[in-house]
Design a protein around this ligand. Structure first.
Ligand code: KG4
Ligand code: ZN
Length: 356
């Protein structure tokens, strides 16, 4: 029997099952990650191999190094995920893989590998959008969360406010007009000579600083729910360079705290505006920057004032991982969305219909 016939048969069988276990692989950037998740909600295992040490020397992710490291690590990481779940490959109901957005060579390492596994096992393969995975990290953290809800997605490459209308159904309310929030944090961290990855280091340093030490502009945006970080970044960079030139540097912790506050203020202001306008009953955070301690604290306080619950991925699920991909895949699988073997990496895949 041909692959798609086998996969469709498997699909109709597993759609009747009480417990569906998905094995997922994530290789879109600098983490090689694999996980087994049951019914989109329960993590049976989650393995993450971080390449940070390999890229730190260069101050950022080197695509060629990332692709090669993924090729080396996919098998051991996937093996370990199966071992920790106490399962063999044959026990898994379906396979999933991130197919975009991300670095093309990195994505291809995962996509080719999982296509190979699908072909030899005949199991259905679910292609997953990386950002959808980040959103689903909330389903793993809080099993009671169901759509609809509003979500602030903030990662290294994306900053969106979106309405999660149903599983896999999104409406974009606002997005960044220039840099992503994570990118802004990483740039500011570089100016402060903090090692890669800068965002979490800047967050740590900011804890000891005065957030009002350096006044920064509050950028204007055309869209009511849009963000803009590039003006903020330039103002910060100019201020630090000026201080260096005149030999009168402010305390680095004060600089970090001031920058963090400016970014978090903008994220909170626009998100709460969207909450108010839409009358949203609950809010979720997603993406690497949702680990930011000030963002978590401030959002908690604001949602408390607004009288709505706030959902945040637990810290271990904020960054890239395979469990969030397996969770997203489960909900797509239940709708019968599986790939054929022509699946390819899509480096600039969009989450919204009609866009890219
Ligand atoms: O979601 P993610 O792991 O990868 C992408 O999909 O991009 O996000 C990575 C981004 C990086 O820019 C990183 O510096 C930032 O998230 N980040 C943080 C923190 N932890 C990670 N930014 C600010 N504060 C943090 N605690
Ligand atoms: Zn990510």
């Amino acid at each position: 029997m041909r692959y798609m016939e086998l996969a469709r048969e498997e699909l109709s069988r597993l759609q009747q099952k009480e417990k569906v276990r998905v094995l997922a692989m994530e290789t879109s950037c600098d983490e090689t990650a694999a996980a087994v998740v049951e019914n989109g909600r329960v993590i049976l295992s989650s393995e993450v191999f971080s390449q940070i040490d390999m890229h730190a020397l260069y101050g950022g992710v080197v695509p060629e190094i990332a692709s090669r490291a993924h090729v080396e690590k996919v098998t051991p990481v996937l093996d370990e995920a199966l071992r920790k779940a106490g399962m063999a490959l044959s026990d898994v109901d379906a396979l999933a893989v991130t197919y975009g957005p991300g670095l093309v060579g990195a994505l291809l390492a995962g996509v080719s590998y999982m296509k190979g596994l699908a072909y030899v096992t005949g199991k259905p393969l679910v292609p997953v959008h990386h950002i959808e995975g980040h959103i689903c990290a909330n389903y793993l953290t809080d099993p009671s969360l169901t759509p609809p809800f509003l979500c602030l997605v903030v990662s290294g490459g994306h900053s969106h406010i979106l309405h999660v209308k149903d599983y896999g159904v999104y409406e974009l309310l606002g997005c960044t007009q220039d840099d992503a929030a994570g990118e802004a944090f990483d740039n500011a961290a570089r100016v402060l000579d903090l090692p890669y990855p800068g965002g979490p280091r800047l967050d740590q340093l900011a804890e000891q600083g005065n957030p009002d030490a350096l006044p920064l502009p509050h950028p204007h945006t055309e869209g009511r729910y849009d963000f803009s970080f590039s003006g903020l970044k330039t103002a910060f960079l100019n201020a630090v360079h000026h201080q260096q030139q005149v030999g009168d540097m402010m305390d680095r912790a004060d600089l970090a705290a001031s920058f963090r506050k400016a970014v978090v203020d903008m994220l909170c202001e626009k998100t709460m505006l969207a909450v108010k306008d839409t009358g949203a009953a609950r809010l979720a955070l997603a993406g690497g920057v949702s680990a930011n301690s000030l963002l978590r604290k401030k959002m908690q306080a604001l949602c408390g004032e607004a009288g709505i619950p706030l959902y945040m991925p637990r810290l271990s699920l904020c960054g890239d991982n395979g469990a969030m991909i397996a969770s997203a895949a489960y909900f797509r699988l239940m709708k019968g969305e599986i790939a054929d073997l022509s699946l390819n990496a899509r480096p600039s895949l969009s989450l919204f219909k009609g866009k890219n």
